[in-house]
Write a protein that binds this ligand. Sequence first.
Ligand code: WTA
Length: 651
Amino acid sequence: MTDLTIPSTPTRFEPPADLAASANVTAEAYARAESDADGFWAEQAERLTWAEPFTQVLDWSDAPRARWFVDGKLNAAYNCVDRHVEAGRGDKVAFHFVGEPGDTRDITYAELKDDVSRAANALTSLGVGSGDLVAIYLPMIPEAIVAMLACARIGATHTVVFGGFSAEALASRIEDCRAKLVITSDGGYRRGAPSPLKPAVDAALSRLGGQSPVDHVLVVRRTGEYVPFDDATDLWWHDVVGSASPEHTPEAFDAEHPLYVMYSSGTTGKPKGILHTTGGYLTGAAYTHHAVFDLKPDTDVYWCTADIGWVTGHSYIVYGPLANGVTQVLYEGTPDSPHRGRWWEIIERYGVTLFYTAPTAIRTFMKWGREIPDTYDLSSLRLLGSVGEPINPEAYLWYRSVIGGDRCPVVDTWWQTETGQMMISPLPGVTAGKPGSAMRPLPGIGADVVDEEGRSVPNGSRGYLVLTKPWPAMLRTLWQDDERFVETYWTRFADLGYYFAGDGAKKDEDGDIWILGRVDDVMNVSGHRLSTSEIESALVSHPRVAEAAVVGAADETTGQAVVAYVILRSGDGNNGEALTQELRSHVAKEIGAIAKPRQITIVPELPKTRSGKIMRRLLRDVAEGRDVGDTTTLSDPSVMALIANRDTESA
Ligand code: WTA
């Protein structure tokens, strides 16, 4: 990680007085949640409109399998859209959409209701219903949100696959969840040019062949580029959805009805299908969005720059903000297209007040220089958020000062795909901000830093981050792999009933929490989660590779970068640069461009313990330019000298 040394006396920024004076949530919430957790969460659930009330807040009798808001029934899409229209806010803009080429579209809540209803009718006419899985593979266009909400409306479970993932990755997800329908587009705009998507769907389906569970592919026309069309399966969105009725009565589903599956990297090669359900998830997303952003839905304009393909897009573009009825910006493209001031231009144009992005983006802007944001009027901003990886103090200070004009508090929000909602974060009207610290668990949330035995560590010490009590948006299981669910999260501290987050953390002298990064074989590259073994399997699937070891090495911009060490098959000559380039492209093809190694070093041997386990710690030392640590447990300590030598050659 970049400069994560914790200063002995961290800078503190107290909450701005005016924000504190009118804050949505005050310090009292912590005590309230502590003394009556059920009452506290029941109150938060009342933010939603229930078709049938719940009879019990939490059923934890079959822990770690939770049931929240037992017997309650609701429709997630109704909560995100219809009820705002019914309350007379139909003319309010839900999204200011900004396409990368410069096209814009304002979509009101009333229009969104019609669009979602049409799509719901269209999905029903295609035979999709409650309990079916729908894969969504789309760029950042309004149809992505409409598609998600249409699924929710009819009780179909969506699985959104990030548009940057390859055909192979898409195929394995479709196969794992047995998706009946794929919703995609001809393409989207990236870096000033149309970038195709539909061909990857075709490749995924032909890879699955006779095993493919997919009946139809629904294609949104975005770029207008030519796409091959198979009349047996493919349908245009504008035909099927465009001709459908905008009248649709939402059905109420059980609070525990599966809302979506989001695949995320774990410590093995196979991605985990994280399952979120309806009532608790929506409660957690809506409450935290209200509390942490101090959301004032009548006046705020909110922009979260995440992609819809990640959990941040699910909880903090779609479900939380729409349940809260706010106006948002939705931007299709990259921050540097057509120029490096694009984001700041958008903030100026729409008067964005609440802005939520990732440290990797902030570090990129720092590199580009403050002259760029300085030429825009960013005075509408009143609060800044950060998510996805530890924010180093330098980036925090730059963000707060250059973007936030030294007046906006920064909320550093720690959470995960699994948690569904923010868990550790300052409350902007209550908690001081300390650059680099996510501070305290939110009201109602239990988090601690513990040692190997699960004992809470004293202030000033490091340990493992755990969550000590259930929360409404918690994952319910891993799709068709309940055993792995229990083993991954609930076994390490089973006696204490703690959830093991997989992150290392430190409590500072005040007891505030600093996240130190993953302790398992998961990397965090530009805020994207990648597993070392997933990339290793991609590398060894190349015919010339015998063995591969992948580590995440500190990188100034992306937080961590993928660095690979590869042993070639015997008898195979090493043709240097051409081969490493080929291997990099191979990984991009197998997983997606985000997983491309920054560096690949061909080595004669990998450092292994006597039991044959690759010692990634030593490879990380080499990749980060440190002297290698203790090598005494290696079966052959001379290996490290050979590797260090190759590394200098390849650098
Ligand atoms: C990391 C993204 C430090 C952490 C919402 C976690 C963070 C993983 C922060 C989850 C933060 C996320 N400070 N680290 N504010 N937010 N992380 O599932 O390692 O894509 O376990 O969810 O990102 O990544 P995921």
